[in-house]
Design a binder for this molecule. Structure first.
Ligand code: GDP
Ligand code: MG
Length: 439
């Protein structure tokens, strides 16, 4: 994505000899790119400080610089608290979803319920405790209906706190694992909203309070998160609309600036467009190595568990073939944006650039890839190397698919590279930087 692109371009420019002048040049390049990506200046400063100290300690050179950068990134992205979704020792796990109006609370409540139900097999109850906007309860009801999720609402309750309390009671009585309370937001922080939330917190004693922040608001997202944290002592941040964020620097700075972990990222309007934020994984993605675990987790909900395991194995062995690719394309329709998903496969970066902003149904590139795969023999689909090694096969496929030979060559080359990268990096949490640099 955008952040990784910035990093990669910085990293590619860094050709450090072992002197201080070249280290300074490298740090300046990094700084320029981070600020351009809208990373908070204090976070940039801290990151550069750490990288400089650690690189000098280990000895100035490219490998040590990259190692230091990787470590510093991980530190910056990690704040004290939980990661992923953490369950209370005694169910139900009670979660309050808070934030400003329009930040994405209601959508994210449904996304989170969907994720926990389908990916983690939990019994989840959503509670409609936004009584400010008339349509708010109806919005959550529709999301519940469309996605087969459970909801609690009470049209006769006198206020939001009462709805929340009753919802948690209901969850206890019916043995739910998780209760997600959707609350009201305002256009800006105001006393009445805060008091309602403080009161609700007292009454329902939540295990988690998530602050849902709109990443499009940039630095304001950080400031309002801080303000909510002061009043409510939030336990985590969820960043929404990351798909529309042109730069993405907020994701890199928010944990460091607020002091609370970034837990999930919303990456689109669809129900499945939610990613668990795990610093190690993000760092490896930033450094350009892909995110196998995230991919498998996402895929697992749609494909059954066995299929997912088979896929990981194949990726690890470098045996990802055209059949798998075609199957993935079909499966991905059920998931969120394919771009996010493909981004998790190591080495798919180049292919993504080609794909641009894909519309699954109408993308020309996808149509070409599908046509090409459909023109392959069974053997060719299973063994991409057959195509690589035979120009006559490629000619035949091009003819069958109605593509030019050049197009077939290009797609095939990208596929080969992706499969090679997948093999190289699959199964490794953190990439070997020397390897990365050799590519
Ligand atoms: P609330 O007022 O905080 O409950 O916000 P809503 O959940 O109603 O969301 C406001 C708008 O943001 C809706 O149109 C959502 O579809 C949209 N939205 C929420 N999360 C995301 C996201 O991750 N990506 C995109 N593109 N849109 C989002
Ligand atoms: Mg709402």
């Amino acid at each position: 994505d955008r952040i990784s692109d910035g990093f990669r371009s910085a990293i590619n420019k860094i050709r450090m000899k072992d002197d201080e002048k070249s280290l300074k040049k490298a740090l300046d390049e990094l700084k320029k790119n981070l600020l351009k990506a809208d990373v908070h200046f204090k976070t940039v400063k801290e990151l550069l400080r750490k990288v400089e100290i650690e690189t000098k300690k280990a000895g100035i050179g490219r490998a040590n610089f990259l190692k230091a950068l990787e470590e510093a990134l991980k530190e910056i992205l990690t704040a004290p608290g939980n990661y992923g979704f953490v369950y209370a020792s005694k169910p139900p796990t009670v979660v309050m979803m808070t934030g400003l109006q329009g930040s994405g609370k209601t959508t994210t409540t449904a996304k989170l319920a969907y994720y926990l139900k389908n990916f983690k097999k939990k019994k989840v109850l959503m509670v409609a405790a936004d009584l400010q906007r008339l349509a708010a309860v109806e919005q959550l009801r529709q999301l519940a209906e469309q996605n087969e999720l459970d909801i609690f609402y009470d049209e006769n309750a006198k206020n939001a706190v009462e709805v929340a309390k009753k919802g948690v009671e209901e969850a206890k009585n019916k043995f739910y694992d998780v209760v997600l309370i959707d609350t009201a937001g305002r256009l800006a922080i105001d006393e009445a909203l805060m008091n309602e939330l403080i009161e609700m917190k007292k009454e329902v004693d939540p295990n988690e309070i998530f602050y849902v922040a709109d990443s499009l608001t940039g630095k304001d997202a950080i400031n309002t998160a801080k303000a909510f944290d002061e009043k409510l002592d939030i336990t985590g941040v969820i960043l929404t609309k990351y798909d529309g964020d042109s730069k993405g620097g907020v994701a890199l700075s928010i944990a460091h600036q607020v002091g609370k972990p970034l837990r999930f990222i919303g990456t689109g309007e669809k129900i499945a467009d939610l990613e668990v934020f795990v610093p190690d994984r993000i760092v490896s993605r930033i450094m350009g190595a892909g995110d196998i675990e995230g991919l498998v987790e996402k895929t697992a909900a749609v494909i059954d568990e066995k299929e997912a395991k088979k896929l990981t194995k194949k990726l690890k062995k470098g045996q990802f073939n055209y059949n798998d690719f075609l199957a993935q394309l079909e499966q991905m329709k059920k998931l969120g944006s394919m771009k996010n998903l493909l981004g998790m496969i190591p080495g798919m970066g180049k292919m993504l650039k080609q794909l641009g902003d894909i519309d699954l149904e109408n993308s020309q590139e996808i149509k070409k890839i599908k046509a090409m795969i459909n023109s392959m023999t069974k053997k060719e689909r299973e063994n991409p190397y057959l195509i690589k090694e035979s120009a006559s096969r490629r000619r035949r496929i091009a003819q069958g698919a109605g593509l030019s030979v050049q197009e077939v060559n290009r797609i095939n080359k990208q596929f080969q590279n992706a499969a090679k990268m997948a093999k190289k990096f699959a199964g490794k949490k953190i990439p070997n930087m020397d390897e990365l640099m050799k590519m």
